[in-house]
Design a protein around this ligand. Structure first.
Ligand SMILES: [Zn+2]
Length: 420
């Protein structure tokens, strides 16, 4: 068990307060801070801090560091354990992030395992450089992801029930969209959604430049009257202002607009379109960069490939129920990862002295976002992980318990989805 130091990504949509407060840095931060990465991703592997003695407050130790990627390379047996080395090809299968969005992220979807493997092979064979802007599949792996809200978290995800979308379109009352509304009303299913989405995403720019302002006029009028879709209208106005002339504003009309409460967990299966709008959360994903953008971005949009990957089946967003009793709730939607949310009120009467068994083995990463927790390995090693810090637990540490230190605490534990 060692202290793990992640790195902050400063994308323009990030928050100037959330991560700075979490990390105990100057608030507001000089740049927007979007994501804290904890893992062994090739672009930004986290660092292990040497020099802390067990029980010390982490982060105060020496400055000597080793990259987690190097640790995995030098001792895959200790890091992953014998049974997981082969399954994960000596790599860490997941990437853990704390995400803080002040502004919307791009509208996107991720491929299935088969699509990712085939797409990667195709682009490798074609000699597309892995860092090229038009590269869709820099990795051979799928990229399922989950997000567990830390604050109220606003998002668009999954195709809304078409009947609801028809009601929304009629309520916005945009004459230029009447024809599209009636197409969807005549075929209120996945095929109708595919037809309308395809129409919008392939419109000539001239047509988009006419339609989007007309749509936004409808949104202004609807919001002014406090109509039933005022939240949706405000979101479209916000997106239209940030991305004028972007067909993704039209596509956003088709998606569920919802808010997660803190502790709720959203999953993005392959093919599900989604855009995170605002809020902070803990995100856990397969260690892959395979993203197909659908709009709301200045970046490359590969429409034919996107249409192959998108799942047009309508339905509500996938909220994970979570398993477990007491302070630990576990979300395991994929073999690549599992997230445990450890929420201690600090007054648990029935907590064993050593704390709660985490119930997962293999390579684990712990990050604390409130209070402080104490981790204890089966080998007797013990360490406190206070707010804003993280720990790396290699497979060779065996079973680990977690307990709060002096009062309420909230920590998250990432593991793979293979269990014990
Ligand atoms: Zn995504």
């Amino acid at each position: 068990m060692e202290v793990l130091r992640g790195s902050v990504r400063t994308y323009a949509w990030g928050s100037r307060t959330h991560l700075a407060e979490l990390l105990g840095e100057e608030v507001p931060s000089p740049h927007p801070q979007a994501e804290l990465w904890l893992g062994a991703h090739r672009d930004e592997p986290s660092q292990l801090l040497a020099g802390d003695t067990p029980g010390d407050a982490p982060g105060n130790g020496g400055d000597a560091t080793r990259s987690l990627a190097d640790v995995l390379r030098d001792d895959p047996q200790g890091a992953l354990g014998p049974s997981r080395r082969q399954r994960w090809s000596d790599r860490l299968p997941y990437l853990l992030k704390v995400l803080a969005a002040e502004e919307p992220l791009s509208l996107q979807a991720h491929p299935s395992a088969e699509q990712a493997a085939a797409g990667y092979a195709r682009e490798e064979a074609a000699g597309v450089p892995r860092t090229a802007a038009e590269r869709n599949y820099p990795d051979p792996l799928p990229k399922p992801e989950l997000l567990c809200a830390l604050t109220e978290f606003h998002a668009l995800a999954g195709f809304r029930d078409p009947a609801e979308t028809v009601a929304l379109l009629r309520a916005l009352d945009v004459r230029a969209l009447d024809h599209h509304t009636e197409l969807l009303a005549a075929q209120p299913d996945a095929d109708g959604l595919r037809a309308l989405f395809t129409t919008w995403i392939t419109l000539p720019q001239r047509a988009v430049d006419d339609l989007v302002p007309a749509l936004l006029d409808g949104c202004v009028a609807h919001a002014r009257e406090h109509g039933p879709f005022t939240t949706e209208a405000r979101t479209l106005l916000d997106l239209g202002e940030r991305y004028p002339g972007d067909a993704g504003v039209l596509a956003a009309l088709l998606l569920n607009r919802f808010v997660l409460a803190p502790g709720q967990c959203l999953y993005q299966p392959a093919g599900s379109p989604h855009a995170y709008l605002a809020g902070a959360g803990v995100e856990l994903m397969a260690n892959s960069d395979n993203v197909l953008r659908c709009g709301l971005t200045p970046k490359h949009v590969d429409v034919p490939e996107l249409l192959r990957v998108l799942d047009f089946a309508p339905g509500p967003p996938t909220l994970l129920p979570g398993e477990g009793r007491g302070p630990v709730t576990r979300f395991t939607p994929s073999e690549y990862f599992s997230l445990a949310r450890c929420a201690f009120a600090g007054e648990e009467a029935d907590l064993p002295d050593d704390g709660v068994d985490l119930g997962v083995e293999g390579p684990r990463i712990v990050v604390t976002v409130e209070g402080s927790v104490r981790l204890r390995t089966s080998r007797g090693q013990c360490r406190e992980v206070p707010r804003g810090t993280a720990a790396w637990l290699p497979a060779c540490d065996g079973p680990v318990t977690v307990a709060p230190v002096d009062g309420p605490a909230l920590a998250f534990v990432a593991a793979d989805g293979l269990g014990v």
